[in-house]
Design a protein. Sequence first.
Length: 82
Amino acid sequence: MHPDIQLRHDVFAQLNWDPAVEGCDVDVRVKDGVVTLRGKLANQTLREAVERAVRRTEGVAALVNRLTVRPAERVERVERTS
C-alpha cells in the first residue's frame, strides 16, 4: 500500500477511535506525509480535539489544519403582540 494511503487510513482510525471527535465530518488529504484537514465543525473544542487526534498518528510529517468553526446560529426573538 502507498505510504500516503496508509497514513490517511491511520488518521481516520485515530479519528474513529477518539470519542471526543465522534460524529465530525472531516476531509483528510495526505501528500508526502503532510496531512491536510478541511471541513466545518461545530465549535473550537472539536477543532482542537481533531488536531490532537491527528497529531497522535504515527508517520505524520506535518499538519495543515484548515478546519473552520461554523458561526453560532443566531436565535431571533419573535415578539408577540396581543
